[in-house]
Structures are given as C-alpha cells and as structure tokens.
Design a protein around this ligand. Structure first.
Ligand SMILES: [Zn+2]
Length: 208
C-alpha cells in the first residue's frame, strides 16, 4: 500500500521514497523513485547520469524523479530542460511514471508533455498552485500530489481519481495529518480520502 506518494524520509513505509541516484540503496519491502533533483542540475556529472541510468531499472524503483523545472533555483532553464528530457525518455522507455517538481514553470512542463510520447502518467508533486495553474494540468491528464502546504481551492478542483498526498521533506507533519487536511479541503471523510489516494497510487504505478 502506498499512501505517501513522495517523501525524502528513507525510514518511511507505505511510501514512495525519493532519492538521488548515488543515494539509492534499496531496503527490503520499500519502493523508490530515483531522479536528479532540478536544484542539483548545476552539479550533474557523468557518474551521476550513469548511476541514474542503472538505478531506474531496479524493480524496486516504481517511478522516475523527482525531476522537473524550477525557475527560481538550480541551473538556467535550458540546462534543467535537457536534464528533465533525459528523465522523460527514461520514464517512457521503462514504463514508469514521472514525479515532477514544478516551480513557476507550468507552461514549460505542459510544453514538454505535449512534445512527449504521453505514454506514462505525470505527477506534479508538492502542488501549491492556484486553480488557474492547476486546470490546464488536470485537463492534460496529470495527477496532482498535495503536501502539508496547499491551495484549498485547487484541492477542491482536482478530480478524486487524480489526487495524491505526500509529506515531501516535511518531518514535522505525518502523512495522516496531511490526509486529514486534504480530506477537509475536499469535503470528504478522511478514510475515503485515504482509500482513494491509495487506489490512485496503485493504479498509476507499475505492479511490483
Ligand atoms: Zn521532494
């Protein structure tokens, strides 16, 4: 069962644990996503890319990322875009979904989607944008993953079958607290939300 769709806490269970390629050290029974974070896009080495290409093939790696585009941090956008493209290609080759970090780059992410094969699900993680940013992503078929900080109107506008929850790098908030807050914003019982996001994760991830 996957409840927390994106965490950097390697101790987590019922979660997709997101790591950089050189950190990947699979523990029994856990599932991971591996990618080069856009904040690290300035320091990419050939060894890191080799490690990425090897790690993503591991059966315990359920998704590719986090990857994506950040207009406020990391390398200049063209460099981030070519690194993002590398992850998109791997995701499509391996049939594993993409976990995307998106900061003030929704137009560029949507453009990358339109130019991609659209063969695997794309998940925007840590979604904080308003409904105006979210709607074109929802229309394009993206999943939206919400953490402790979110825009309630965006949660309310997200179809239940496209909704995921996460803790990301937040150690102060438990995933059940996130579930409670999102359920409240969505106007449904917490248990219904938990059942729904678990089923969504199950549907979009490759079967272990
Ligand atoms: Zn993260």
């Amino acid at each position: 069962m996957i409840l927390d769709f994106h965490t950097h806490n390697q101790q987590a269970t019922e979660a997709i644990i997101s790591v950089m390629p050189q950190e990947f050290d699979p523990q029994q029974g856990k599932r991971y996503s591996v990618g080069i974070h856009p904040w690290r896009s300035q320091q990419v080495t050939p060894a890191m890319l080799d490690a990425l290409h090897t790690a993503v093939r591991h059966p315990q790696v359920a998704a590719i990322g986090e990857t994506g585009l950040d207009a406020l941090r990391g390398a200049p956008l063209p460099i981030q875009q070519s690194l993002f493209q590398e992850h998109i290609t791997l995701a499509e080759q391996l049939g594993k979904p993409l976990i995307i970090h998106m900061v003030r780059t929704s137009q560029q992410v949507l453009k990358a989607w339109r130019e991609s094969q659209r063969a695997v699900p794309w998940v925007i993680h840590g979604m904080r944008g308003n409904p105006r940013v979210a709607q074109p992503l929802i229309d394009a078929g993206f999943y939206l993953s919400f953490g402790p900080r979110f825009n309630p109107a965006t949660v309310a506008a997200t179809p239940l079958d496209r909704l995921l929850i996460e803790t990301d790098d937040n150690t102060a908030t438990a995933i059940h607290q996130v579930a409670q807050a999102i359920a409240q914003a969505r106007g449904i019982p917490t248990q219904h939300l938990i059942t729904t996001v678990t089923a969504n994760a199950h549907n979009l991830l490759p079967q272990p």
